[in-house]
Design a protein around this ligand. Sequence first.
Ligand SMILES: [Zn+2]
Length: 142
Amino acid sequence: MHEWSIAYSVVKTLIENFNKKISKVTLVIPLFSFLDIKILKEAFNELKKENPIVENAELEVKIQEPTFRCRNGNREFKFSDIQQQVGEVKNSYGEEYPLHLMPELLPAFVKCPYCGSHDIEAIGQEIYIEKVEEYGAVERVS
Ligand SMILES: [Zn+2]
């Protein structure tokens, strides 16, 4: 039910920070969050009903590929650079492989492609609102 608490945070943030009706909100989530986007959108659409600021807002979700940093050589690399290593972990453990359940275990299974160190961290793993679009600033008069 993690999706519901995220959807709730988004709706709450919008209500607290905006005075105009919102048409669209773009949320960035990391690849390794493994959130169910469909459930996230359903939750958002349910929670937005009560408040005129968000009731017509559309939720757009962008998946962000994480970047990694090796603490040993201080070099950064992308998920595509270690995708093969992750694939091998997945092959040996099956669908419920450990990185799926606990992404923070990544350094235990994956090595820096440059120096082979396991002392790596994922950066850019946070969920954030990238963009909020409001309806025209001018109130329409009918
Ligand atoms: Zn390294």
